[in-house]
Design a protein around this ligand. Structure first.
Ligand code: ATP
Ligand code: MG
Ligand code: MG
Ligand code: MG
Length: 438
């Protein structure tokens, strides 16, 4: 991408209503533009990052055996009347009427729709387990949309739904998602803590929220430090094998959000020097809820004995658009965003310090071509701007590498590279510089 032809509208200062650093940086770096309270247009850089996060989430869902579908944003109110949630859901639901006076809604989640799809096709335990997911826009008419995409009204969510013949099988499905979530966040450069969450009237221990530590987070978490330090299980686990030990290893250490916190239990399960209390951002939530929807919506499957039973369900959400903000909260400095390589909008930026000087242009073009061929999705800063302004905007946007081409270096046969995260610089011949980046 040539920056002279691109659309990267950076701002010198963040609008004063942006209260937290991720929101400020997303506006300043030109990632999003607010169209209405909690409703955003995604500008090119923001969209690129959003798509990259989406892709990491997708790959980890697929690896864990989930199958992608795409459900509509608009749903029929009648389905929600079947489950009994239409009246209960309250003011967060955006209710719409079509020209035939039929009640629709902009989906805040999709348990009803997926249950409707499931019951239309799947009738036997032989077709189980199934886990269907989609990555789709949701709408919740939040009372206080704020912090930019962190609490939007329209937001992108990955929501997966598992279907199993009995509770033991449902637990296996739950475990797969539990571990897949940890791998997903790790690939995004984040340390997510799985904390026990409220299961409501169903009870049991099968609900966890995944929390990223950040001072601006809206949740309070209490956790054993060993859990905070524990790494993700990694992709090479036997997804069809017994995952319970890997889950137990994590869930036996104390971790709870404010709603579930029990101070006495915390103190008895974690020694004083291992107790962490901090604020965090909920970036995912997984839930086993059994027959909550299958029963009222009559989604049944025949078991091995031929008798029908209600399918056992769980649901698993990731806040894809919230993650853009969460990653920035976790990774930035005074100069701007520091993207992890896995979601960076560009792998590297070639900075031409003397646009129009043939020898410099030629080396810059050569570097740009080589990075393109290496799959680095480079940005070529060919703007007619002062070097300081170029560096400031590339630092702000957070491109992981800058490859700087100037007249002095070109005369000496070298370029400079800078790693955004550390500020470390090296002066090298172009070939060697490309080797470091690629
Ligand atoms: P919160 O407690 O922040 O209101 P929630 O518990 O209502 O979130 P869930 O129903 O668990 O949300 O949805 C799954 C995921 O969707 C959440 O973990 C979060 O990452 C994301 N999410 C929920 N609401 C929003 C929102 N208004 N804006 C952006 N992401 C959201
Ligand atoms: Mg909510
Ligand atoms: Mg919540
Ligand atoms: Mg939640």
């Amino acid at each position: 991408m040539r920056l002279s032809r691109y659309f990267m509208p950076t701002l010198r200062e963040a609008p004063s209503d942006a209260q937290i650093v991720s929101h400020q940086l997303m506006l300043r770096a030109g990632l999003i533009r607010q169209e209405a309270a909690g409703i955003y247009a995604w500008l090119p850089i923001g969209l690129k990052v959003l798509k990259k996060i989406e892709q990491v989430v997708r790959e980890e869902m697929n690896r864990a055996g989930a199958v992608e579908v795409l459900m509509p944003t608009l749903q029929l109110a009648d389905l929600w009347r079947e489950s009994g949630r239409y009246d209960d859901y309250g003011q967060e639901m955006l209710r719409i009427k079509d020209r035939h006076e039929r009640d629709l809604l902009y989906g805040p989640t999709a348990e009803e729709v997926i249950t409707d799809i499931f019951r239309a096709y799947i009738k036997s335990y032989k077709d189980l387990p199934k886990n269907l997911y989609n990555i789709q826009w949701k709408f919740r008419d939040e009372r206080r949309p704020r912090f930019g995409v962190m609490r939007g009204r329209e937001f992108l969510m990955k929501d997966a739904y598992s279907f199993d013949i009995d509770e033991a099988a449902a637990r296996r499905s739950y475990n797969r998602m539990f571990l897949a979530y940890l791998n997903t966040y790790a690939r995004l450069g984040l340390k997510a803590i799985p904390v026990r969450a409220d299961t409501g009237p169903i009870g049991g221990d099968l609900s966890h929220e995944f929390i990223i530590l950040a001072e601006t987070g809206e949740s309070e978490v209490f956790a054993h430090k060993d859990l905070v330090e524990m790494g993700a299980p990694g992709p090479d686990i036997d997804w069809d094998g017994d995952l319970q030990p890997l889950v137990d290893q994590r869930t036996r250490l104390y971790a709870a959000s404010d709603e579930m916190h029990d101070q006495a239990r915390f103190e008895s399960e974690a020694p004083a020097d291992k107790r962490m209390t901090a604020r965090g951002i909920e970036v995912g939530h997984i839930f086993y809820f059994g027959e909550k929807y299958s029963k009222p919506m009559n989604a049944k499957v025949a078991g091995p004995d031929g008798a029908d039973r209600y399918v056992q369900m769980g649901s698993y959400g990731v806040g894809v658009s919230r993650l853009v903000g969460a990653i920035i909260e976790a990774s930035h400095d005074e100069a701007g965003i520091i993207w992890p390589d896995s979601v960076a909008p560009f792998g590297a930026a070639v900075v031409n310090l003397r646009v129009g000087e043939a020898a410099v242009d030629e080396v810059a073009e050569q570097a740009y071509r080589a990075l393109t061929e290496a799959g680095k999705e480079p940005l070529l800063d060919d703007r007619d701007e002062r070097p300081g302004a170029k560096f400031a905007s590339l630092d702000l946007v957070g491109v992981p590498w800058q490859l700087i081409v100037g007249p002095k270096g070109v005369a000496e046969g070298v370029v400079e590279i800078k790693r955004r995260a550390t500020g470390e610089r090296q002066t090298l011949p172009l070939d060697a510089a490309l080797k470091v980046i690629c």
